[in-house]
Design a protein around this ligand. Structure first.
Ligand code: HEC
Ligand code: HEC
Length: 289
């Protein structure tokens, strides 16, 4: 059955034959420019498949003649950046840390690099402004557990604290209750004594008894005057700067169950130039010695 092709009187365009309430649908062809653009994109995409990575395969993908990858482009950019910095990085490694400050250009380079390496590697634990958190020391103040000279900071970062590296810094805060070295009342007394060193306490008798406990059990690490000892990383207990917290509960817990927080060693993860940048950066934060 052959179908009559009907033309619309006004536009001269063929109709599709569909009609609703006397309104007929026109069969207007696609504009030419539109069609050519579409053919153009199809041709373009075939060319693109051939030269660029495009189709996923079972375990890989079609790489394309150009073999481009954005990861490769990034690696190349990084390599170029590293090359541009190579001179400064080499100078960082061969110059004594203490002397780097005398070379303003090199020092600024170190601080910039240290700042960005800190944001990537250290801020999770020490905070983005290096202000720390309970159990993670503030690196902005001048209260150092292990020493605040740039060389000491360098060593801390390089080998870590109680880390799995052989040259790590070590020092233990024993668990006096768990290991039955002291009983609860002695721990309460010595806690009162520790608190009395930076604050006024009401129970003077407990403080006096606690001082005896302290001299017998704690002075070997924290010092007779409780000002700490960097050889063991034993904190100064007189300065009202608390590593784990200032509340009596926290201090009771520290003495009862011990504390031994870990700072990872970075020597196997970061190159020497970066560790030096970090040491100089941390040293510059305000409390360097
Ligand atoms: C996994 C958590 C963690 C990360 C990541 C970390 N640290 Fe630490 N850091 C610690 C802890 C915990 C201590 C305290 C250890 C202790 O109890 O003596 C510490 C101590 C330090 C100290 C010694 C402070 C003092 O008073 O002597 C320095 C310096 C330091 N960190 C620098 C860094 C730098 C620089 C980085 C990044 C490369 C870094 N840390 C990354 C947890 C971390
Ligand atoms: C063997 C050495 C050693 C002995 C003995 C020792 N300490 Fe410690 N103490 C440490 C170390 C090291 C730390 C830090 C622990 C850490 O970095 O995680 C510490 C931490 C502390 C803290 C936490 C300070 C803060 O700023 O939060 C308190 C409080 C404390 N000790 C009290 C005592 C008292 C009281 C005694 C005696 C009953 C004692 N310590 C005995 C080594 C010792």
């Amino acid at each position: 059955m052959s179908k009559e092709v009907e033309k619309d009187d006004v536009t001269g365009t063929e109709t599709t034959g569909h009609e609703w309430d006397g309104i007929k649908e026109l069969d207007t062809p696609m504009p030419r420019w539109w069609l050519w653009t579409m053919y153009g994109t199809i041709i373009w995409s075939i060319g693109y498949w051939i030269v660029m990575p495009a189709w996923p395969l079972v375990s890989s993908y079609t790489e394309g003649f150009l073999g481009y990858s954005s990861r490769g482009a990034l690696e190349q950019e990084l390599e170029e950046a590293n090359e541009a910095q190579a001179g400064d990085r080499a100078a960082l490694v061969t110059t004594e840390l203490e002397d780097i400050k005398n070379n303003d250009q090199l020092y600024q380079f170190a601080l910039r690099g240290g700042k960005s390496a800190f944001a990537v590697n250290c801020s999770q634990c020490h905070g983005s402004g290096a202000a720390g958190a309970p159990g993670f020391p503030n690196l902005n103040d001048d209260d150092w557990l292990w020493g605040g000279s740039v060389d000491q900071i360098y060593e801390t970062i390089k080998y870590g604290i109680r880390s799995d590296h052989d040259d790590t810094r070590i020092g233990e805060m024993p668990a006096f209750l768990t290991n039955e070295m002291l009983d609860r009342s002695q721990i309460n007394d010595v806690t009162e004594y520790v608190l009395s060193l930076s604050d006024t306490r009401e129970d003077k008798e407990a403080v006096a008894r606690g001082e005896v406990v302290f001299q017998e059990n704690c002075a070997s690490c924290h010092g007779e005057n409780a000002k700490g000892n960097r050889e063991f990383g034993a904190p100064n207990l007189t300065d009202a700067i608390w590593f784990y917290g200032k509340d009596k509960d926290v201090i009771l817990r520290t003495i009862s169950r011990g504390r031994n927080n870990v700072m990872p060693a970075w020597v196997d993860r970061l190159d020497d130039a970066t560790i030096r940048q970090l040491a100089l950066y941390v040293h510059s934060l305000g409390g360097g010695e």
